[in-house]
Design a protein around this ligand. Structure first.
Ligand SMILES: Nc1ncnc2c1ncn2[C@@H]1O[C@H](COP(=O)(O)OP(=O)(O)OP(=O)(O)O)[C@@H](O)[C@H]1O
Ligand SMILES: [Mg+2]
Length: 372
């Protein structure tokens, strides 16, 4: 038995005049899940969150919380809190008063001691104990972010909506806050719905990611599913890095396809799970992740039975720690990105710009995708 769904969209469309911000979206978020909307600017992520929170109403379709329609229910009557894209703290209030604000607005207002107790408990949750009397401008970006989180959490929502909560932070702080958010979600056990256009953030934090494009859902799945089984080029391009070789389908069955490039080469690739089968004659791409391509010295032999092999020249080398990323110019393939694990380079010490090499891969690891 799966968990009951906490948030549901049934064929939801949201129009602003002529603009279709959200276009016939149906989805279901399980209780206690960490769910993310991922997509480029303007694809409808914030609008989707605002409909869950109640700041916007759908033009068509139904929004449900715990199975009940909430269309028309005002935000303050929903068991949902939202941390905004530009976290709006009250600059004239100190940390404690910012966090306790929601409780003080209640009628009847809880006793002062109760508010103080809850503020202090929530501060502990976001690891800011003792910061009650600090002014907002005396806090770092990450600390301000945690105040914004605490201000939402103190209302004990069943669903917490986070709109690009870490966008303003630098890389290192972001990484720390990502881990803290995950830990916090496990501690409080409520449903988190995150909006981000940062694929790394979505991949590292979410149980389920919903990839959006122009107001529509392209694919929903676990991080691994989206990475290993992207249903088209858009998803493969958005999630992780990939090489794409464009061409036309010359042969296809339910398992995979052969794609012919304009240069006359044909490549085989497998059909991802859940992807529609490709039709002969259709435009398609072969997607090859940089880490499934080997790079070796000419004549040294491939590390496995490669289905595709090509001589190449190293153009650029980027050291990434556990991996080295090479941009190579390969015969008949053009520019190809390759990632070699450190352990594969202990013998050779790796390659440098100008070196002649051989690259290759196995067809079973390449994907034949719709060019969308
Ligand atoms: N109040 C509004 N009035 C008119 N158009 C709007 C309104 N709110 C959003 N839109 C439009 O709806 C579309 C989706 O906007 P939305 O804010 O949901 O995008 P987003 O995915 O959150 O983008 P970003 O990553 O830039 O925050 C955009 O084309 C936007 O211009
Ligand atoms: Mg937005």
């Amino acid at each position: 038995m799966s968990q009951p769904s906490d948030v549901e969209f049934v064929n939801v469309t949201k129009r602003f005049g002529d603009i279709v911000a959200v276009d016939h979206v149906s989805l279901s978020v399980e209780r206690g899940a960490f769910f993310s909307f991922l997509g480029p600017s303007g694809c409808g992520k914030t609008t989707s969150l605002r409909m869950i929170a109640g700041f916007d109403q759908p033009t068509e379709g139904d929004v449900r919380l715990s199975g009940e329609s909430v269309v028309g229910t005002p935000p303050y009557k929903r068991p949902v809190n939202m941390v905004f894209q530009h976290y709006a703290l009250f600059p004239h209030l100190n940390v404690g008063d910012n966090i306790g604000y929601g409780l003080r607005q209640r009628t009847p207002q809880p006793p002062r001691a109760e508010i103080e107790k809850q503020v202090s408990e929530t501060l502990e949750l976001v690891r800011l104990s003792g910061y009650e009397n600090r002014r907002i401008w005396e806090l770092s970006g990450g600390q301000q972010q945690r105040v914004a989180l605490a201000r939402a959490l103190i209302n004990h929502p069943t669903v917490l909506l986070l709109d690009e909560p870490l966008a303003a932070l630098d890389r290192k702080l972001r990484r720390e806050m990502q881990i803290e958010l995950q830990t916090l979600q496990r501690e409080v056990g409520i449903t988190f719905i995150l909006v981000t256009h940062d694929q790394e953030e979505a991949l590292s934090m979410s149980d389920t990611i919903c990839i959006m494009h122009d107001g529509r859902i392209v694919q929903t799945g676990s991080p691994t599913q989206l990475y290993d089984e992207p249903i088209n080029r858009y998803v493969a391009d958005f999630v992780g890095k990939s090489n794409f070789f464009e061409g036309k389908v010359v042969e296809a069955d339910g398992q995979g396809a052969r794609i012919e490039t304009p240069a006359g080469r044909t490549f085989a690739g497998r059909n991802p799970r859940d992807a529609a089968s490709l039709q002969a004659g259709a435009a398609a791409v072969l997607a090859v992740r940089p880490e499934i391509i080997f790079v070796g010295s000419p004549g040294a032999g491939a590390p496995y039975d490669a289905d595709v092999e090509a001589p190449a020249v190293i153009r650029n080398r980027i050291f990434l720690g556990e991996q080295t990323e090479y941009l190579v110019e390969a015969e008949g393939l053009g520019e190809v990105l390759v990632r070699a694990p450190k352990h594969a380079e202990t013998q050779t010490g790796g390659f440098n710009p100008g070196d002649q090499v051989v690259i290759g891969w196995q067809a079973a690891a390449a994907l034949a995708l719709e060019d969308a």
